[in-house]
Write a protein that binds this ligand. Structure first.
Ligand code: ADP
Length: 542
């Protein structure tokens, strides 16, 4: 017997309709790429998104067309997303930090038909547009006055293009399983792989993300997604914030400590989210200036492991709660978040920080297990680690055009490529990416744990650990350190500092100092490049 409830397809534009109706005057504030701070609200964003949809339709774009965006977090970028989805086309976020050849490869693979681009990236697009045969219109996210000369034949300034539309347009009626968005993984190994979100998965992910033990969002919040919309959907905030009517503060092109602080302060931001490297810059700025964060309630940190010292500084020095989160582009992207269950509520001090080093537990809508190499589920004992696998309505079921099929099994589990363990209360901790784990004498050493400890040393700005081949142990850890400005850390001092905080045989065999550690396009330590950099390195005496 079927239930007798209404068919109400889960479509992304319904989120924006709701935001405009119920929270129409709630602001979206942007540090514009042109410079000034601009203000709009959900009612205006919806009106503009309808115009975007109308103009795309008039220009001949249709359901299923991939329409790329190469843009910072701004209100215009948000309007473009909803306009694109509103005609059943697919927004495809491009990461400007990728190499031009990678962008060309991705755009050709996705067969992008049009592109919304920020002024910052126009010179880049002028160089690569000729290599993307499918590309038609290029809409530059600015107004006529700021529109520069360009060699692109099909370029138009966004605001001028919109003047051709009156907004008298109806969102397309779509199947909720229709594709809505697309994002390629960084492709640190092999070619990048396309993840294709549906309207249904985006809407369900927004519900999942809003839950109290996830992002805990409501209309009273002022949220700043520093994590870019081109990095895994801005962790879902572009859908969740309008779903709950929260104010959004968009940082645009500037993510330095001073710029981030200014917006946190002037817009009374209550919740923000980004990768650890961004917070490193903010904390440094706060330490230099002595400024505080009176409005900020919590910060979500993920994308790579949040160092213990970062959690401690936010909480102890600034009274800001840290929510450590883990996720992946393939998961829309939220997987687990570290809010505190009653079972752990009594923890304080080091005990609480130990817990917060874990990546947390999944909200409803994400299933998770850890298996050994044969696929046997491992116990939830907080120490037996193995392959982390997930499934759920906002988890990819395949990659675009059939790539990477070996990561999906017949029961619907997706192998994340992460190695982790789960404790008795369901808290998961990543020990490494499968390809980064250090194999020493048949045992595994977690590079993440070592990095976390090393950055606690007062003279260390950033640390990375890689495995170096060793004649006796197969591999041993090498610690690569960027010293803090003015700091003079030495090998013995750092290794001494690590002693007692970790099993003796985990202590790195050597420490090297560098000016810079390479990062990926999403701000993670680029272990592949680092390993290449140190491919000729040998431990003393080996
Ligand atoms: P990209 O590789 O393009 O940046 P993702 O952001 O999807 O793509 O990367 C997901 C991966 O990032 C995860 O599989 C995991 O290895 C790593 N990661 C994400 N969050 C955390 C975290 N809190 N701690 C450790 N690793 C993390």
């Amino acid at each position: 017997m079927l239930g007798l409830m209404q068919e109400w397809p889960l479509l992304c534009h319904k989120i924006l309709d709701y935001a405009a109706a119920q929270h129409g005057t709630r602001e979206i504030v942007t540090r514009s790429v042109e410079g000034p701070i601009t203000r709009t609200n959900y009612r205006s964003v919806r009106a503009c998104a309808l115009k975007v949809a109308q103009q795309l339709d008039r220009d001949g774009y249709r359901e299923g067309d991939r329409i790329a965006t190469l843009a910072w977090n701004t209100a215009r970028h948000l309007e473009a997303w909803y306009g694109i989805m509103g005609i059943g086309a697919v927004y495809h976020t491009l990461n400007p930090r990728l190499f031009p050849e990678q962008l060309v490869w991705i755009m050709n693979h996705a067969e992008d038909k049009a592109l919304f681009v920020d002024l910052t990236f126009l010179p880049l697009v002028e160089k690569l547009a000729g290599e993307v045969a499918s590309l038609g219109k290029v809409i530059v996210l600015t107004d006529g006055a700021a529109m520069p000369e360009t060699s692109l034949k099909n370029a138009v300034a966004y605001e001028e293009w919109l003047t051709g539309a009156d907004g008298d347009f109806r969102w397309r009626n779509l199947d909720e399983n229709a594709a809505a968005g697309m994002c390629y993984t960084s492709g640190t190994t092999g070619d990048p792989k396309g993840v294709l979100y549906s309207h249904r998965s985006n809407v369900l992910h927004a519900f999942i993300a809003a839950q109290p033990d996830a992002l805990n969002l409501g209309s009273n919040e002022s949220i700043m997604p520093v994590v870019p919309m081109f990095h895994a959907n801005a962790w879902g905030i572009a859908h969740t914030a309008p779903m709950v009517g929260a104010k959004i503060v968009m940082p645009g092109a500037r993510m330095d400590g001073e710029a981030i602080y200014e917006l946190l302060d002037s817009e009374k931001v209550s919740m923000t989210a980004a990768v650890p490297t961004v917070w490193l810059m903010l904390l440094q700025y706060l330490e230099e200036t002595g400024k505080k964060l009176p409005h900020l309630n919590r910060v979500v940190i993920g994308g790579s492991a949040c160092p213990r010292i970062m959690t401690q500084k936010f909480q102890d020095n600034y009274g800001v709660d840290v929510i450590h989160a883990w996720g992946m582009t393939e998961m829309s992207p939220l997987g687990t978040l570290g809010s505190i269950k009653p079972a752990y509520a009594q923890l304080t001090g080091d005990g609480k920080l130990d817990l917060q080093e874990k990546q947390g537990f999944p909200p409803f809508g994400v299933e998770m297990k850890v298996t050994d190499d044969e696929g046997n589920e491992q116990p939830w004992d907080g120490k037996t680690f193995g392959k982390l696998k997930v499934r759920g309505p906002a988890v990819a079921s395949a990659y675009y055009a059939g790539a990477g099929a070996e990561q999906f099994d017949e029961e619907g589990w997706f192998d994340t490529g992460d190695v982790s363990h789960i404790d008795k209360f369901g808290y998961m901790q990543i020990t490494d990416r499968a390809k980064d784990v250090i194999k020493s004498g048949g045992e595994w050493i977690s590079s993440i744990d070592l990095e976390n400890i090393a950055v606690g040393h007062p003279d260390v700005a950033e640390a990375a650990v890689i495995g170096i081949s060793h004649p006796k142990w197969d591999e041993r850890p090498l610690l690569v350190v960027v010293p803090k400005a003015g700091g003079k850390p030495d090998r013995a001092g750092i290794l001494d500092y690590m002693k007692g905080k970790i099993a003796k045989w985990w202590i790195p065999d050597d420490v090297v100092f560098v000016d810079e550690i390479p990062h990926t396009a999403t701000g993670k330590i680029q272990k592949i490049t680092l390993r290449q950099q140190f491919s000729g390195y040998r431990f003393p005496g080996t």
